[in-house]
Design a protein around this ligand. Structure first.
Ligand code: GLA
Length: 376
């Protein structure tokens, strides 16, 4: 179990056993990328790759949260006085803590050890996962449980304010509301969720392109700006626009961005209908179409991801696409049960043959969202 080594580290550091534990999954988006911040649709699920944390109250007199991240280092977050962005991994935690403090919630001083097996920066929402793991822990330690929606929105705000990424609600909602064995159709305007069965007889692969995206470095914000420009020209949300509106947009690039978003929303709804009738062929075709659109019209793919998706198609996978914000990150593929080994062989051959090295393939399942619990 992944938590046991974290608990041992905590005990070695603080001299006491954990009192609280928390975990949050990563997410993979099956379809519907760059649609959330224009009130559209997305269709993610939680995955069995996690951020985990254990914690214990600090000895008397401490006014801070002492954190050891087994993957990123040590930090101390102050519980009183001013706090500000530090420009590193701790901003996700600082941002979340700040949100609770602003709400007047008394967060106790504690020692925290945080770790997990969710790859960082691979397009699987490691930042939302860290935020929600820490938020769940804070709420348990402070005996203040917020409604799930409020917690998700609080973490989104933390990301805006502290990490400087103007993200939509996709990641925080997926990590918060995920259900075991289910994907979710997320309506980002209504903030409503419909739980959907996954197709039968399919395995889900995530392949890391190993190109590390930095959403904070401007590409994401630039795309968001382009989508806003399109909405301004049309005088309405892209959620309410159709392809017939596209000729009204004069700039070629802005028109292409809008074409992606409008067509992607249609694909998400068609994908949800395909899942409802267990039609994996149609669902898979929509995934390939989504990739094409993200790569050509939205320009957020890269050679490594395009190569992976082509290789998946050649390997006979029913569906594959880049997933998440892009500029690197991961591909998701639907693979017929029984074809996993051959899929892995072919993907590796093609990926390493193109000079991109060994392909990192993970087989994932849909799991429940973030939670915290008493350790003892
Ligand atoms: C990132 C953002 C999300 C969403 C996706 C693209 O993951 O955090 O809000 O916009 O990119 O679908």
């Amino acid at each position: 179990m992944l938590l046991a080594p974290l608990a041992q580290t905590l005990t070695e550091r603080s001299g006491s056993v954990p009192l609280w534990a928390a975990r949050a999954p990563g997410r993979v988006n099956l379809i519907g990328d760059h649609t959330d911040y224009s009130q559209g649709f997305a269709l993610p699920m939680g995955i069995n790759l996690y951020t985990l944390a254990v914690a214990t109250p600090s000895t008397a007199g401490s006014e801070s949260i002492r954190i050891l991240s087994t993957r990123e280092g040590e930090a101390r977050l102050e519980l009183s006085g001013e706090d500000s962005r530090s420009g590193d991994w701790t901003d996700y935690l600082r941002g979340v803590l700040q949100q609770y403090r602003q709400r007047g919630i008394q967060v106790p001083a504690m020692d925290v050890v945080i770790g997990g097996n969710l790859p960082l920066g691979a397009g699987l929402s490691s930042s939302a996962s860290v935020e929600l793991c820490f938020a769940s822990l804070i709420e348990l330690a402070s005996s203040q449980a917020l409604p799930t929606m409020e917690r998700a929105l609080l973490c989104q705000q933390a990301e805006h304010d502290y990490a400087g990424v103007p993200c939509g609600i996709l990641d925080q909602f997926a990590v918060s509301f995920a259900k075991e064995n289910r994907a979710m159709l997320l309506d980002c305007r209504e903030r409503s969720i419909q739980s959907l069965r996954l197709p039968s007889q399919l395995s889900i692969a995530i392949v890391d392109s190993r190109v590390r995206h930095e959403l904070a470095d401007g590409g994401y914000a630039a795309r968001r700006g382009e989508v806003e420009a399109a909405q301004e020209q049309l005088g309405k949300s892209l959620r309410d626009a159709s392809v017939d509106d596209l000729p009204e947009i004069t700039d070629d690039i802005i028109r292409a961005r809008a074409r992606h978003v409008i067509s992607e929303n249609d694909r998400v709804l068609a994908f949800a209908a395909a899942l409802a009738s267990d039609d994996r062929q149609t669902a898979g075709r929509l995934m390939y179409a989504s990739h094409e659109s993200l790569s050509r019209d939205f320009a957020v793919s890269c050679d490594e991801l395009d190569t992976l998706v082509e290789a998946a198609r050649e390997a006979g996978a029913p569906g594959a696409r880049m997933t998440g914000g892009g500029f690197g990150g991961s591909m998701i593929a639907f693979v017929n049960v029984g074809d996993e080994a051959e899929f892995a062989r072919l993907i590796n051959k093609r990926f390493s043959g193109a000079g991109f090295g060994h392909a990192d393939i993970r087989w994932v399942e849909a799991v429940a969202g973030a939670k915290a619990w008493k350790w003892t």
